[in-house]
Design a binder for this molecule. Structure first.
Ligand SMILES: Cc1ncc(COP(=O)(O)O)c(C=O)c1O
Length: 452
């Protein structure tokens, strides 16, 4: 039986670390007893983590694991990077919280630095707002789009994931993440350019043209013809690393613009150089987003979300101030400024490109030799491997994917899992992952697949 709250609370006073305060197995027991169901724990024997350093995490017994999931694509510069920790401490000691009704230098400085980086996707992006999460950022993006266009209709993609608040969940396109309840009206979902699961006998090119036609048709048949915005992840994350063909987004862009809509690029996972080469994932597709939403990697684990847009679109909110108690707080901004410093000091964007290319090559080789590996896909350090029971029928191998996670854990490598059928292995390590780490991961994965 788990101890009561007050019993556990009393132990806090003696200054022990949380791990030392609890008996073996009690952390899980307390979580299961007091916390509403969360995804996971991911493994058949839950993993209790105690500490992180760089691309490694350690369990409560000090066992070291190579982390290739990064707290769900969130750790960018590495766990507990000393410079990052020091900058947060410095700020905490000076001023922890002000609320954005006051002026603080960390916020202005970070806003400027973020915009400098985002503008390579669209030079007109020049205003931002800070939140605490990706879902909050997506909510604000919808409000901006509605105010600016006067429309309340949205298009999103099937298989998409945009968060757990009402509007973000309405934009999400996966049954596992939807409830039987009324969501905000006006969202339709177009076919995803999921070429691996295209109809038999169709080429990827023909399927892409079909998806573009479906997109146009959705607007013509399921909306008033005028939309507020289209939301898309440049590479879909939770939905299984679906990576569109190069022609898909540019063709859809024309349709969105003809329907008067804005392009919202949900960069919650793909931002902060995760896809290699560019700060934002959308830059790879040559589409100019009107609104960018971000979170995860911006704070390297410190909660932060951001919305960046053009002055014209931001002006649509004039007279109705937007507010967020914690968004833009001095400590949040200090953390995010430190992430940008480290990204530059350690040339992490170059690392993503080099290590990502090596890892992708390794996954493609596995794809060609393993009977379970249907398709390796993604860019940079946002990679996935879809497992199937049969390469011809492409029947999803969900249980096997779950087993691979366990087998990888036995080899002290942590990866994730996603996709509509839960059969896609997700590999999204901290961006400081090294070439040697890539070798370790590929070897462990190869071996785990052989043991299935
Ligand atoms: C693409 C994308 N958008 C939005 C979100 C929601 O972000 P948060 O969990 O910070 O609210 C996520 C979270 O995984 C995501 O992957």
């Amino acid at each position: 039986m788990a101890r009561t709250q007050s019993q556990a609370g009393m132990r806090v006073k003696n200054g022990a670390t949380p791990a030392a305060m609890l008996k073996d197995g009690e952390a899980l027991e307390l979580r299961e007893r007091y916390v509403m169901p969360l995804p996971g724990p991911m493994y058949s024997t839950p993993l209790e983590l105690a500490r992180g350093q760089g691309q490694f995490v350690y369990d409560k017994d000090g066992v070291k694991y190579l982390d290739a999931f990064a707290g769900v694509a969130t750790i960018s510069i590495g766990h507990c990077h000393p410079y990052f920790v020091e900058k947060i401490h410095e700020q905490m000691k000076e001023f922890f919280h002000t609320s954005p009704i006051y002026v603080h230098p960390q916020l202005g400085r970070y806003a400027m630095r973020l915009i400098e980086r985002v503008r390579s996707a669209n030079p007109e992006l020049e205003m931002c707002f800070f939140t605490n999460s990706g879902a909050e950022a997506n909510e604000l993006a919808a409000m901006l789009a509605k105010n600016y266009t006067g429309s309340h209709e949205f298009v999103a993609l099937r298989h998409a994931y945009h968060g757990r608040t009402l509007m973000a969940a309405a934009l999400t396109g996966q049954a596992a993440w939807r409830h039987s309840m009324p969501y905000p009206f006006g969202v339709v979902h177009a076919m995803a350019n999921y070429t691996y699961r295209r109809p038999r006998g169709m080429t990827a090119q023909d399927f892409t043209a079909f998806c573009v036609q479906d997109f146009k048709n959705q607007i013509e048949t399921s909306t008033s013809g005028r939309i507020a915005a289209f939301y898309a992840e440049p590479i879909n994350g939770v939905g299984g690393v679906i990576t569109p063909e190069p022609t898909y987004f540019p063709a859809v862009y024309e349709i969105v613009k003809r329907a008067g809509g804005l392009w919202v690029s949900d960069e919650v996972q793909t931002g902060v150089y995760r896809t290699g080469g560019s700060f934002l994932g959308i830059e790879k597709w040559g589409v100019k987003p009107d609104i960018v939403t971000m979170a995860k990697g911006l704070g390297n684990g410190y909660p932060i979300g951001a919305v960046v847009t053009t002055r014209k679109i931001a002006d649509a909110m004039k007279g109705k101030p937007h507010f967020n108690t914690f968004g833009g707080s001095p400590v949040q901004m200090a953390a995010a400024n430190a992430v940008l410093d480290v990204l530059e000091m350690e040339k992490i964007p170059d690392n993503v490109t080099a290590v990502g290319a090596k890892l992708f090559k390794g996954l493609k080789e596995i794809e060609s030799r393993s009977r379970w590996a249907g398709e390796a896909r993604g860019r940079g350090l946002m990679l996935g491997l879809e497992l199937v029971k049969d390469k011809e029928t492409k029947e999803p191998a969900a249980q096997e994917a779950s087993r691979v996670l366990d087998l990888m854990k036995d080899r002290k490598v942590l990866i994730g899992r996603g996709g509509l059928y839960g059969n896609v292995l997700r590999i999204k390590p901290p961006l400081c992952f090294t070439s040697k780490d890539a070798d370790v991961l590929v070897e462990a994965l190869d071996d785990s697949l052989k043991r299935l």
